[in-house]
Design a protein around this ligand. Structure first.
Ligand code: PGA
Length: 253
């Protein structure tokens, strides 16, 4: 808390038609559009990016996508490139969200290729990792996080890392209403920061912003944000409710 500039992002997932997304963006803009002490981003679906970007123009709210492919263009039916995302005003993309990994079956290697290509294209990346409930119960949380970090961030330089935020999102807490306790989250964040220090050095580790994600709400945000290694949030369900999202951002301001 307060060591690094907090970053709170709304992951709107596969929700909202364009008009609904624009209305939500306008509400977010009117409550948070001038907040300077926290980086605030929203990540609508691809189909709403352009319109939401227009609705946010001139505000401080940043635009992000939920995924990005590993090629600039070509015969990749259904995919969207970082170049296309930059073209509609994105600064960020989420990579490695647990729903990509576990619902769509995407590998660590693919997350690595996506991360590297997004960064080399000029996007910033929110790189998500997190353990399944069975993995936590089997006491292998750190092993899982280490694997996801090692494979997912392979080949990056410390300079690349300046454009990366890591989101720790325990899969059992995503969309379940069950939040990790501040202690559980902090323990994972300490492990992640230690890994960054070991691989990229102390300077990268102390600058790295690590978000927590998984059923964050106005009720749980304060306890989590008190922890030294929690630098913001990746918010799903609560980011669709503009008042809740504003409370979460203000708690980090
Ligand atoms: P949730 O989603 O806040 O609805 O749990 C978080 C996420 O998946 O990023």
């Amino acid at each position: 808390m307060a060591l690094r500039k907090a970053i709170v992002a709304g992951n709107w997932k596969m929700n909202n038609l364009v008009a609904e997304a624009v209305a939500l963006a306008e509400e977010v803009r009117s409550s948070l559009g001038q907040v300077r002490t926290v980086d605030v981003a929203v990540c609508p679906t691809y189909t709403s990016l352009y319109a939401v970007g227009k609705a946010l123009e001139g505000s401080l709210i940043q635009l992000g996508a939920q995924d990005a492919y590993i090629k600039p263009s070509g015969a990749f039916t259904g995919e969207i490139s970082p170049q296309m995302l930059l073209d509609v005003g994105c600064m960020w993309t989420i990579i490695g969200h647990s729903e990509r990994r576990h619902v769509l079956g995407e590998s660590d290697a693919l997350q690595n290729a996506k991360t590297r290509f997004a960064l080399s294209s000029g996007l910033k990346v929110m790189f998500c990792i997190g353990e399944l409930l069975d993995e936590r119960k089997a006491n292998i949380t750190n092993k899982v996080l280490e694997r996801q970090l090692t494979l997912g961030l392979a080949g990056l330089s410390p300079e690349n890392l300046e454009n990366v935020v890591i989101a720790y999102e325990p899969v059992w807490a995503i969309g379940t209403g069950e939040t990790a306790s501040p202690e559980q989250a902090e323990e994972a964040h300490v492990f992640i920061r230690g890994w960054v220090a070991k691989v990229f050095g102390d300077a990268s580790a102390s600058q790295m912003r690590i978000q927590y994600g998984g059923s964050v709400t106005p009720k749980t945000v304060e306890g989590l944000f008190e922890k030294e290694n929690i630098d913001g949030f990746l918010v799903g369900g609560a980011s669709l409710k503009p008042v809740d999202f504003a409370v979460i951002v203000q708690a980090c301001a």
